[in-house]
Write a new protein. Sequence first.
Length: 508
Amino acid sequence: MPRSQQPDFLQNLRHEMVDGRHWLDRVVVIGFAVLAGLAVVGFTLLYDTAFEWFQSLQSNHGWATLLWTPAVTAFVVWALRAWAPGAGGSGVPQVMAALEPALPRSERGRFVSVKLSVAKVLGVSGGVLAGLSIGRQGPSVQVAAGVMHHARRYLSPRTAITDRELLVAGGAAGIAAAFNTPLGGIVFAIEELSRRLEQRSSGLMLAAIVVSGLVSVSVFGNLSYFGRVRIEVVSWADLFWPGLLIALACGLFGGLLSRLLLLSFTGLPDRFCAYRRAHPVRFAAWCGLGVAVIGLVTGGAANGGGHHHARELLEMTSVEEHTPFLFSGLKFVASWWSAWSGVPGGIFGPSLSLGAGVGADVAWLTDSRQVQALIAIGMAGFLAAVTQTPITAMIIVMEMTDGHSMVLSLMGCALLSSLVSRMISRPLYSTMAEFMLERVLDRPASDGAAQPSSGSSAKPAQSPVATAPAESGPTAAPGVPRGADPGSPVPASATPPPATPDSGPHKP
């Protein structure tokens, strides 16, 4: 193997100084990173203001939410279906679909654009104004990615910066600015969006992610999102068994929530999904009514992203202040119904609040003295179970709660919860992205319901005899993508035996 040459410092310096357009492209990327950070900051302010308005309505006229929540939910679904269908959903699957190499460049506008970013901000803000259990962190990924992808128009034709790198940097910048955690955004880019970064421009992309996070820090200050968790000395005897129970519970319920969200997204042949397909606006109103009832039962704790209730749990001094299982169970149902309604919204915030509730429940069951530590562990475990990204979950919770002294505990719970979740559900975001791509590329549905027809673009098998009908092949299980593309050859198990010399084609 030939030995690589050492870089020539003077030659590289001369190239950097002479090529002015190269520096202009860098300025454009950093400038749009600032704009992406500002977009997420504005989104955060609008989201918080909308939720404050809902809380004011709920506190002064609680029963009015039984009319307000269904009406606003139905209006948001109707408006987005009419003017911006691509703005629905969480936001992370849309960016992952836009990153797919098989997607034509002309089709990326279906998933990321400035128009969709604006519609996403308005849709999520309208959903939280209705009181739905939705977060803003996942949608921030699509919002920032749409802004960063717009920078492509101002880059030189000879630039080495690709659309993929802009989308990865934008999505990660959305996480960094939404959680006020630049390191969490970088880890999210590597673990979920990209799996790798191009060496030639990885430094510039990482700088863009950090700049977006710093924009959020400069506006909101260097404050932890859920306050500061101060843990003195934690012994294994006090934390091991409760922490193990939290990891298993978060993995079980987080995997169940992920599976329910996938089934709700793909649709099942039952009466509820059939009604949703036939009357999406009415179905959204019914989901809104259910969430409104849950909000009244929980006193508003199950409404919104849930960070306000999670912060209250972290500030508890004794588990006697907590009502076990009520918040966790009803927040679980409210989050599922909110996503099923069709209103855009993220699952990051509800997952963190659900994890905080599970941690508080286990602390109540075991009568543990480490209440804050168990709540923080539950937040990392539930987020890792739903997203199946344990490293990202651990980093985000560690930075948000300032829990650097709990790195090993957070990591252990996140890894175990993610492992249990993988036994229950497929990865949430990547599976949703697959279904979105199949719809855009007009490929057969991954649940095996649609089969190639005679007028499809699939190539016939290269054989002198007719191939077997599509029904004779194995049918994919629900939610499992097909193993081969429509243009691939028919597998041997579905192909008839080759023709013999005595069985040639019939001559007239």
